[in-house]
Design a protein. Structure first.
Length: 261
């Protein structure tokens, strides 16, 4: 309207063209705490993918459609923002892994964001006995040697020794597991005199100062478990052969005595 009172009306149609896909900003978290670039992800870690910093230029974030894959396997398909804003990763084995997140806006613009990372062996020290043998001819009251292989499935090193009650071998150091080499292993030998066939009171003692953990692993073993089949296990067969031989001899003598009559 001008000063003279003349008035004019005109209409415009404004079209907003959305050609930009949503922006996906994923963040890895361990037990809810953001992971720094130097922080590693380990087996058995509770890892979440947080997308709260993601956005779209036009649409509201809760109007986008989302999907996610872990190592090529769909974990969520066409879900809402509330379902995917923060989600847990499934348990992952050590090695390389990949997470893909997809977002689609109301204009059909789609973006995929890929996270590639590696999972390291477990945190701390995790020791176990993978094999154990006892020296030949082991007997109660005699000196025997128990040979074991100890494995560490954790990333932290530890010291380990074998004990019978309060009598222990010297400490041996076992390295931590690595992504390239896998679990670390060392042999541990322990010489002692068993007081019974079950060899009760045996255990592995370990201590990891770097992880602040320690513990004991009971050793379940008995002298019968490692007997040479040519020794104790063959005695029933020898007894059977002896019985058969005696029975044959008795039968032969009986036949001869009958002939003499």
């Amino acid at each position: 309207m001008d000063d003279a009172g003349n008035e004019a009306l005109r209409e415009w149609i404004v079209r907003v063209l959305d050609s930009n896909a949503p922006t996906i900003i994923p963040e890895m978290r361990y037990n809810g705490i953001p992971l720094d670039s130097d922080d590693g992800i380990h087996e058995d870690d509770n890892i979440q993918v947080n997308l709260s910093q993601s956005f779209d230029d036009i649409d509201a974030i809760d109007s986008l459609i989302w999907s996610a894959w872990v190592d090529g396997t769909p974990t969520m398909s066409n879900v809402t923002w509330s379902e995917i804003e923060s989600f847990d990763l499934p348990p992952l084995d050590r090695g390389q892994h990949e997470v893909v997140v997809r977002a689609t806006d109301s204009s059909g613009n789609t973006r995929n964001e890929t996270l590639q990372f590696q999972v390291l062996p477990k945190r701390g020290a995790h020791l176990s006995i993978v094999s154990q043998t006892i020296s030949d001819g082991a007997m109660v009251g005699s000196e025997v040697t128990l040979s074991m292989v100890i494995e560490n499935d954790g990333t932290e090193p530890a010291f380990v020794r074998a004990c019978l009650d309060s009598i222990c071998s010297r400490y041996e150091e076992i390295a931590g597991a690595s992504l390239d080499l896998g679990p670390a292993q060392i042999p541990v030998d322990f010489t002692f005199q068993p007081e019974n066939q079950t060899m009760s009171g045996l255990y592995i003692q370990w201590d990891s100062a770097s992880s602040g953990t320690y513990g004991q692993i009971p050793i379940e073993f008995s002298i019968e478990d490692d007997e040479d089949p040519s020794d104790g296990s063959s005695s029933p067969m020898l007894l059977l052969l002896l019985v058969v031989t005696l029975a044959g001899a008795a039968s032969l003598l009986y036949m001869r005595s009958n002939r003499g009559k």
